[in-house]
Design a protein around this ligand. Structure first.
Ligand code: MLT
Length: 270
């Protein structure tokens, strides 16, 4: 990791050409992308960022102060922080891939910083807003995480974000995710829940984007299932769908090979 840039960033591969920038899911950090890097064909550079409050990045509060915007948790602020970081690193165009919460950030980038995106990958994610019940549950979790000053409330996700095949056959993945979740700070976890609760539907932002899009979904994903992926493919002007067999909501660690192929193909299309 270098010290420059608003968000913590990790240069996972040096290379030539348009960089691939990876945005992680919740409640994790950029380590969830590591497995795919050795499998990526091509020689383009690969960079992973930690979103505000997660991994080694500054808190959402500090990011808002730095960007001089209202101190309110939002996916828009995540997107602005990514754009600011890439600008500081001298990257004026990139293919950006986001998993789940990272996908919400990619959609906000499409809406606010479309010029930055040579291509967009939406992995195990969805473009719709939360239903009222899901939104209320996020706010309850955020309050609970803050009240207990622990991430216990979200530890159940270590199993819930995996597909049935991985839950049965890959206990090592449950262990890895457990460790990654325990490494996060309660304040960052609460901030992300509030940010996601406030996000709007962004199918229109996807409709308006005329660059190449890759949509990737695990066939056992219970959190962002196949119909959500198909809705994004239907909205996008130029999208390729990859359905990953025997994987849930964490395709990059459950079945990294097809995810690597889909992302490299997107970079080639861009
Ligand atoms: C994630 O993996 O980022 C989460 O499932 C996102 C969410 O809670 O909607």
């Amino acid at each position: 990791m270098t010290g420059d840039g608003l968000l913590a960033h990790h240069r996972l591969r040096e290379g030539e050409g348009t960089p691939l920038v990876l945005l992680h899911g919740f409640p994790l950090d950029s380590r969830m992308w590591h497995d795919i890097v050795p499998l990526l064909p091509g020689s383009f550079p690969v960079l992973a960022l930690d979103l505000p409050g997660m991994g080694a990045s500054p808190s959402g509060h500090d990011v808002a102060l730095r960007l001089q915007v209202p101190d309110v948790p939002s996916v828009e602020l995540q997107a602005d922080a990514v754009a600011d970081t890439l600008a500081e690193l001298g990257i004026d165009r990139a293919v950006v891939a986001g998993l789940s919460m990272g996908g919400y950030t990619v959609l906000a980038l499409l809406e606010r910083h479309a010029w930055l995106l040579a291509g967009a990958a939406l992995v195990d994610t969805k473009a719709g807003a939360d239903a009222e019940e899901a939104r209320a549950n996020r706010l309850r979790i955020a309050d609970e995480v803050e009240r207990t000053a622990t991430v216990d409330e979200v530890l159940g996700m270590r199993r819930g974000i995996l597909g049935e095949t991985s839950r049965v056959e890959r206990p090592d993945l449950v262990q890895r995710i457990d460790g990654w979740i325990r490494d996060q700070g309660p304040a960052g976890v609460a901030w992300c829940q509030r940010a996601m609760a406030a996000r709007p539907d962004r199918l229109d932002a996807l409709r308006a984007f005329d660059g190449p899009v890759a949509v990737v979904v695990g066939d056992e994903d219970e959190l962002s299932p196949l119909p959500e992926a198909e809705a994004m493919v239907g909205a996008a002007q130029d999208a390729v769908l990859t359905v990953v067999r025997r994987a849930g909501h964490m395709t990059p660690i459950e079945q990294p090979e097809p995810v690597a192929v889909a992302l490299a193909d997107l970079v080639a299309r861009a």
